[in-house]
Write a protein of this length. Structure first.
Ligand code: ATP
Length: 606
């Protein structure tokens, strides 16, 4: 009462209470994944509940058997009464076994099915998130979030939650049945309960914090492994295995410290519980023995009593552990929810994408007074006052010293980021007015480092147009000058590439990427020229393929070697985030102290 009135006076709610309610609400929101399976889930809950009630019948019937035996000894009861009770007990056990089978299987089925849905949605959200999100996080951390946190949630749905319900029923039912037998004994037993509960809550809070920290530290080590394996060639080339091992070892050390701290806390708690719980049992036993001696209860009642007490004590003992597990799960749901709540930039769905309603773009591109600052580096304007127009079908080369902002400009064109100020116009319309997936559907990029996915060459080319026919793929490969080398492999287009297949040479990968782009048939094309030079034959094949690809499309070429940009329509020279010169090769060469001329002189000299 006092707390509420204080809140009212302050006019705000206590932040802590709000946070807890909020975290619980978030956790419950994930329960909507159970909705499609609610029938089976409810049936499983009912089976669990009834099964637990049957468990409660066990001590009762056991007590009855003892009493019946004693009565028979005194010549009052009959053998039949004892046998009937034993048979009844067997029947109860059989029913309980059947119910257990059903609810165990049902929880597993429902839990795993809804988790598959949750995993799919989390992954879908993850890959649809904007670049700003990925720029601020490490890949390993995200991968760990997807696996570790979801495993925690899985554990909750399949084991912890059912256990929690079962133990609650046993606790409440056990206490009620004990109370029906002897209030005095119940009172004695319950004295220890509040103490245990308070300790459990305090402990739960502490472990929640520590286990979250331990999980974070473990995710850090996973990141190290992932980074090392991704860059294994670099690691070996620098002979840095020892360095990586040290880094990993340090990470593990931090993880170990955090988990051991949690383990110490838990060990102390277990010790306390054992002492307190068994202490309570001894107390009950001792009081029960006295009541029996005074003739207040029967042998059978004492038997019931002791069995119920072990049930209740067992439930209490499990409660603390379950409670801390639930808290862990809430921590995990919070993080998964955080991820699900981020807004994706494109819609993700299963199956083929809906047909685009956007007519084919002409490919006019305009940057109007564009400024750009990376969200991860506020205060540094990477691009400033960029004005640039490219008409349909034109070829524009972007040149400039390293770090000038060429790739950033392209990122804006692909709408990986939006301008901080100014506008990007595509066919005269603000780029933000298009649906992102449709806009990107008409752009294509041939990157410097071509990444091939594990799969066949045909699949890799078809990445430009999922569902393309074999004839379309071969035609694209022909235009990209890739058909011949692909045909030369014994398995042709079915040859596996990537991690588990063969490795293609740099030039071959480039041509596969070009075929991919040709198949996509974009209106706007981005070429990030490879910095490494290839042998002249390979170079010729690629140049030819690129010529085919660029025909009739607006093309932006990030040029590192100025020899390749002589014949473009316009060269844009970027330095320090600004457009400093623009014109054809000849025009720019004519500028006396120009940046382009200086760059060109340097390159041709080497
Ligand atoms: P290069 O020719 O070497 O590829 P570039 O002209 O393409 O260089 P950008 O990659 O656009 O240059 O980089 C421009 C500036 O923006 C650099 O100072 C770089 O450090 C910075 N930068 C690039 N990406 C990010 C990012 N994700 N977050 C913060 N800053 C970035």
């Amino acid at each position: 009462m006092a707390r509420y009135s204080r809140n009212d006076q302050a006019g705000v709610e206590l932040p802590k209470a709000k946070l807890d309610r909020e975290s619980l609400r978030q956790a419950l929101e994930l329960f909507r994944y159970l909705r499609p399976y609610r029938g089976r889930f409810s049936a499983a809950l009912a089976a669990l509940f009834v099964g637990s009630l049957f468990s409660l019948a066990f001590p009762y019937l056991a007590g009855s058997i003892v009493d019946a035996a004693l009565l028979q000894n005194k010549g009052v009861g009959s053998m039949a009464g004892m046998d009937r009770t034993a048979l009844l007990l067997m029947g109860v056990l059989a029913l309980q076994a059947g119910l257990s089978y059903f609810h165990f299987l049902s929880f597993a089925t429902v839990g795993q099915r809804s988790l598959v849905d949750l995993r799919r949605d989390t992954y879908a959200r993850l890959i649809s998130l904007p670049m700003t999100f990925f720029a601020q996080r490490r890949v390993g951390e995200l991968a760990s979030r997807l696996s570790a946190d979801l495993i925690q949630i899985e554990d909750t749905l399949i084991t912890i939650l059912p256990q929690f319900l079962r133990q609650s029923t046993l606790l409440v039912g056990g206490v009620a049945l004990i109370a029906a037998t002897s209030l005095k004994l119940t009172g004695i037993m319950l004295v220890s309960l509040p103490v245990l509960t308070v300790v459990a809550v305090v402990f739960g809070r502490k472990t929640r914090k520590i286990s979250r920290e331990a999980q974070d530290r473990l995710a850090d080590t996973a990141t190290i492994v992932e980074e090392t394996l991704q860059g294994i060639v670099n690691v070996k080339a620098f002979a840095n295995e020892g360095y990586e091992l040290n880094r990993y070892h340090e990470g593990l050390g931090k993880f170990l410290t955090a988990t051991l701290r949690g383990a110490r806390l838990r060990a102390a708690f277990v010790a306390f519980i054992i002492f307190a719980l068994f202490g309570a049992i001894v107390l009950v036993l001792w009081s029960g023995a006295r009541l029996l001696q005074q003739g207040e209860i029967t042998f059978g009642e004492l038997t019931r009593f002791i069995l119920y007490t072990t049930f209740v004590a067992g439930a209490m003992g499990q409660f603390a552990e379950l409670y801390s597990q639930l808290q862990k799960a809430i921590g995990a749901t919070q993080r998964v929810r955080e991820l699900l709540r981020e807004t994706g930039e494109v819609e993700t769905r299963l199956g083929p994408p809906p047909p685009s309603t956007l007519p084919r773009l002409r490919g006019d591109v305009g940057f109007e007074n564009v400024d750009f600052t990376y969200p991860s580096r506020p205060g540094v304007k990477v691009l400033q006052a960029i004005n640039l127009t490219a008409n349909s079908g034109q070829r524009i080369a972007l040149v400039g010293p390293s770090g000038a902002g060429k790739s950033t400009l392209i990122s804006l064109l692909l709408r990986l980021y939006d301008p901080s100020a100014g506008r990007l116009l595509i066919d005269g319309r603000d780029a933000r007015d298009y649906r992102l997936a449709e806009l990107r559907g008409q752009m294509s990029m041939v990157p410097q480092e071509v990444l091939l996915f594990g799969g066949s060459i045909a699949e890799n080319i078809a990445y430009g147009k999922p569902g393309a026919s074999a004839a379309e793929i071969a035609s694209a490969a022909r235009q990209a000058n890739a058909h011949e080398f692909i045909q030369a492999f014994p398995e042709g287009y079915a040859t596996l590439v990537g991690d588990r297949g063969i490795q293609l040479s740099g030039g071959q990968r480039q041509r596969v990427a070009i075929a991919r782009a040709i198949l996509k048939n974009p209106a706007i094309l981005i070429l990030d020229e490879a910095t490494s030079s290839l042998d002249s034959e390979s170079e010729r094949l690629i140049q030819e393929a690129l010529e085919t690809l660029m025909r009739g499309r607006t093309s932006f070429i990030i040029a590192h070697r100025l020899a390749t940009v002589r014949h473009v329509d316009r060269i844009i020279v970027i330095a320090g985030g600004r457009v400093v010169e623009s014109g054809t090769h000849d025009e720019l060469q004519a500028i006396e102290a120009g940046v382009y001329r200086r760059l060109a002189t340097l390159q041709f000299r080497t």
